[in-house]
Design a protein around this ligand. Structure first.
Ligand code: AGP
Length: 616
């Protein structure tokens, strides 16, 4: 959950590191720090609690020398409060070595005791400083940073990406990774390291993913990757599909506003090249093996947070179209409940970042238990796809705002592509059925654009409700996971207690929460496509209205039945029932965003959160 940057090349480390940290700040922003070996061979460091702006202020007040070699870190605290002492980098070898870390070193305590017994001292309460002091001790024994790394990583348990520089080795940055992200950026006379490609995309779009338990040494003209034993390993270069501007705000007031507006393209780009003449053919799945897919008897979807709600939505479509049982589980629950898995089980992980530790560990567990694993991911070169048998990338582009929006709709689109590809392979949908659903899917981008045109209505609603203290969300069938997602958005963006319920559950308890003025969003199923459910949900609206609730209905264009009973109706275009979630979620995203703005909160970097939760 931290942002990491490394650089070797010309004497511009400060610019590269600070620019990279700015683009990685969404990964964690409790503190930030940098270390630079200047042109005189001295190691300069600066670190500051708070957001990156605080470090920039510190550097303005107390400038450090620039240089050709450097590392940078923006932190989401795990061990130790977010203060200056616990900020990275941490030092070793009597201040001659600097180290930064992303992850959790689970056995740091006995290692710290060992070092204390040898007379080493510590400035912080972090697990990361233990790695720095340990590396310094090993450097004193080996005189070489890569060799010191090999000695250290064998002693560490847990998840880590480590980068280090030593003032005796200018022009060298060494990194190591286990269960935590690290990618290489290849330049001309310069090379880069980063938690993800956003760290260096403005300098190069050539990248190399680093595999599990590997060590990388970068110099201006060379990149060497080995395993932990020092044996050279093969690497694979890839081109970064988006440019630096894509990861900038582009004139929008926030990354979230930009990304909500990009949802039509996020879906369209995810569908691109995977549907032709009404037939879904996902190349990544064909490569995985249609015969393997045909042998699958059960699917388990694993994910966290918003990604899990995408999975819950897709469950309805996969079961209906491919007629195969689907369970949806939270990764962190699945991993530790001894699930029953077999080689005809397919585990589908969903992860925007591809680095969520809970999901990564669950994927590893599932594969070790014999299940096949496919990942749905938005980040090229991320760890979870590399730990899976196949990956279907969503092409939503970089999602910088901590609250996930365009990745969510892209995940549903990718899962629907999977469901239709599987239905074709299993023969559970004929050509006409496939063509009907693909036509619905292809129409979604324009329909999302239509919903976005109601932004002003939602903004006005949010202004009226800016003093709201609790909001309920109701949904039925595929509307239920959307109610859950709407509640999550409001919690994480406006810091308001919010809860999503299955509408049918209301009378079994939650209706006790209804009191005069209680705001309730209701995702109303289509009166056309869900004629059996629509009247039930309208009855729910009447029941809560009778008790004074303030009802905001998300309903299909032309649904007259809700008008008499809702205080506000936000209309969505007509769509087949299984496709309504892609439209109904948009007003809920907008509402949470506008309420956050109305309350003067940081809509892109909400308190306590990080974009990628890379610790269990
Ligand atoms: C989404 O708004 C949240 N920030 C969070 O629930 C997120 O969806 C979850 O942590 C999973 O992240 P991932 O998709 O990168 O795995």
């Amino acid at each position: 959950m931290c942002g990491i940057v490394g650089y070797v090349g010309d004497s511009k480390s400060l610019e590269v590191l600070m620019g990279g940290l700015r683009r990685l700040e969404y990964r964690g922003y409790d503190s930030a720090g940098i270390a630079v070996i200047d042109d005189d061979g001295a190691l300069n460091t600066a670190k500051q609690a708070g957001k990156l702006a605080m470090l920039s202020g510190e550097l303005d007040a107390h400038p450090i020398n620039n240089g050709s070699t450097g590392i940078g870190h923006t932190r989401w605290a795990t061990h130790g409060a977010p203060n200056n002492e616990n900020a990275h980098p941490h030092l070793g070898d009597n201040g001659r070595l600097a180290l930064i870390h992303n992850g959790i070193i689970e056995n740091f305590s006995p290692l710290k005791d060992e070092l204390l017994a040898e007379g080493f001292t510590f400035e912080s309460e972090t697990d990361s400083e233990v790695a720095a002091v340990l590396l310094g001790r090993e450097y004193q024994r080996t005189g070489d940073l890569a060799a010191a790394f090999r000695a250290v990583v064998e002693r560490l348990d847990g998840a880590f990406t480590l980068l280090a520089v030593h003032q005796d080795q200018p022009g060298v940055v060494v990194g190591a990774r286990r269960n935590s992200p690290l990618v290489i950026g290849l330049g001309d006379g310069e090379n880069f390291l980063g938690s993800d490609v956003a760290a260096f995309v403005e300098y190069t779009r050539r990248a190399v993913a680093i595999g599990q338990d590997q060590i990388v040494t970068i110099t201006p003209d060379a990149v060497v990757v080995t395993d932990f034993a020092g044996n050279a390993v093969e690497t694979e270069e890839f081109d970064i599909a988006w440019d630096a501007s894509a990861s900038e705000k582009g004139g929008w007031s926030s990354f979230m506003a930009k990304e909500v507006s990009e949802q039509p393209d996020a879906v369209a780009n995810t569908l691109r090249g995977r549907i032709s003449d009404g037939v879904v053919v996902v190349p990544e799945l064909t490569e995985f093996g249609d015969e393997v897919l045909a042998g699958i008897r059960r699917i388990v979807i694993i994910a966290c947070g918003t990604a899990a709600y995408a999975g819950q939505t897709a469950k309805y479509a996969i079961e209906k179209w491919a007629q195969i049982p689907v369970d949806v589980e939270l990764s962190h629950e699945f991993r530790y409940r001894d699930p029953v898995l077999s080689d005809d089980t397919l585990v589908i992980s969903i992860s925007q970042s591809g680095e969520t530790m809970d999901t990564l560990m669950a994927v590893k567990y599932a594969r070790e238990a014999g299940a096949k694993a496919i990942s749905i991911c938005n980040t090229q070169g991320a760890t979870i796809p590399r730990e899976s048998d196949a990956v279907v990338y969503t092409h939503a582009g970089p999602e910088v705002a901590v609250a996930s929006t365009k990745a969510f709709v892209a995940q549903i689109a990718a899962l629907y592509l999977f469901a239709l590809h599987l239905a074709r392979v299993r023969g559970t949908l004929d050509a006409a059925g496939l063509a009907e659903q693909t036509a619905e899917l292809l129409a979604i981008p324009d329909k999302i654009a239509t919903v976005l045109e109601q932004g002003d209505t939602v903004r006005q609603l949010a202004t009226w409700m800016s003093d709201t203290r609790a909001v309920l969300f109701l949904g039925r069938h595929v509307g239920f996971p959307i109610a859950l997602e709407g509640a999550l958005k409001l919690k994480e963006l406006a810091y308001i207690h919010a809860e999503g319920f299955a509408a049918g559950e209301l009378k079994h308890g939650p209706i006790a929460l209804i009191e005069p003025g209680q705001p309730v969003f209701v995702v109303v199923p289509s009166p056309r496509g869900s004629a059996h459910l629509h009247p039930k949900v309208v009855s729910n609206i009447q029941e809560i209205r009778a008790r004074g609730a303030r009802v905001i209905a998300i309903a299909e264009q032309g649904d007259a039945a809700v008008l008499p009973f809702a205080d506000t109706v936000i209309h969505i275009p007509l769509a087949a029932p299984l496709f309504e979630p892609l439209l109904a979620v948009v007003p809920l995203q907008l509402f949470a965003m506008e309420l956050s703005v109305a309350k003067g909160l940081d809509v892109d970097q909400p308190r306590n959160l990080a974009k990628s939760v890379t610790v269990e």
